[in-house]
Design a binder for this molecule. Structure first.
Ligand SMILES: Nc1ncnc2c1ncn2[C@@H]1O[C@H](COP(=O)(O)OP(=O)(O)OP(=O)(O)O)[C@@H](O)[C@H]1O
Ligand SMILES: [Mg+2]
Length: 260
């Protein structure tokens, strides 16, 4: 019987439906201003597109920063635990998970069962997160999805000295005004985010294999820069954004089995 996992992040809400150990459906929607509404909408869409009703779901686990507002969940589990579980399902060999989302980034070290042994998190500022890249894409007048492509055409890398998103944005605006090529600036921005993330990885200690999850995993320039800094290959799952919701759904399945 189906169970669900839901991850309500700062920018996106994901739902994963599982039957046994198999993903039967997933949905990714923008969170918008109301995380409760976004959660309900994502769940409704996932159920509708798989011909199910809310009453068919035997167990729901919620995670993500917006999990507190999800009253239809049977249980709430932290993001670290769910991301670790989801990544382990996607590749059981993975020992380090780097999740870069909209407003925070985390590095999780896993044991062979997918349990978190250690983690570190940056949730204090937007620098090094997806939000940082969104602001910079806007400043560069480039679509977010195109940022990696633009950066791949760089001939040089412009180093960005500001750590803070707000200051880095003014720096980018002034670099554009000085006539520096957008490609080189984009390259520098990706280097900066990779540098920060690599610093976090080194704090917990790099254990291979490494996987990247979260929306920023869809930015190939971040992945490449990070691989160079860590001197390690990084596994990018087919749909990196659903790892948290997937982990939550796997826990929902376990809860159900243990109650039967
Ligand atoms: N197609 C894409 N190309 C490049 N970047 C993308 C793409 N899709 C999403 N992103 C990046 O992913 C970020 C959102 O990531 P994600 O959906 O994992 O965030 P979240 O889980 O809502 O946030 P958090 O976990 O911090 O609360 C965006 O800020 C953006 O930078
Ligand atoms: Mg997230």
């Amino acid at each position: 019987m189906p169970v669900a996992g839901i991850d309500v992040g700062s920018l996106t809400a994901e739902v994963v439906l599982l039957k046994g150990n198999e993903i039967i459906q997933y949905v990714i929607l923008p969170t918008g201003a109301n995380s409760k509404k976004a959660a309900e909408k994502a769940m409704r869409e996932a159920l509708e597109s798989s011909g199910l009703d809310q009453s068919d779901l035997l167990y729901v686990v919620a995670t993500g920063y917006g999990r507190v507002s999800i009253d239809f969940a049977n249980k709430k589990i932290t993001e670290i635990t769910c991301h670790g579980r989801g990544a382990h399902y996607l590749n059981p060999d993975v020992r380090t998970v780097i999740d870069i989302g909209g407003q925070d980034s985390k590095v999780i070290v896993l044991n062979e069962k997918g349990r978190a042994l250690d983690f570190t998190m940056n949730d204090k500022c937007a620098a090094g997160t997806g939000r940082f890249l969104e602001v910079m894409a806007q400043a560069l007048e480039v679509e977010l999805e195109e940022l990696a492509n633009v950066s791949s055409q760089a001939r040089d890398s412009v180093s960005i000295s500001s750590m803070c998103t707000v200051f880095a944005e003014s720096e980018v605006v002034s670099l554009i005004a000085q006539g520096l090529p957008r490609e080189d600036i984009a390259h520098g921005l990706h280097q900066s985010i990779a540098e920060r993330t690599a610093g976090m990885v080194n704090r917990v200690g790099l254990v291979k294999p490494v996987m990247i999850t979260g929306g920023v995993a869809k930015n190939a320039a971040v992945v490449k820069a990070l691989e160079e800094k860590l001197k390690a290959e990084i596994i990018v799952p087919e749909e990196p954004q659903i790892a948290g919701a997937l982990g939550a759904a796997l826990f929902a399945g376990e809860e159900l089995n243990s109650s039967e």
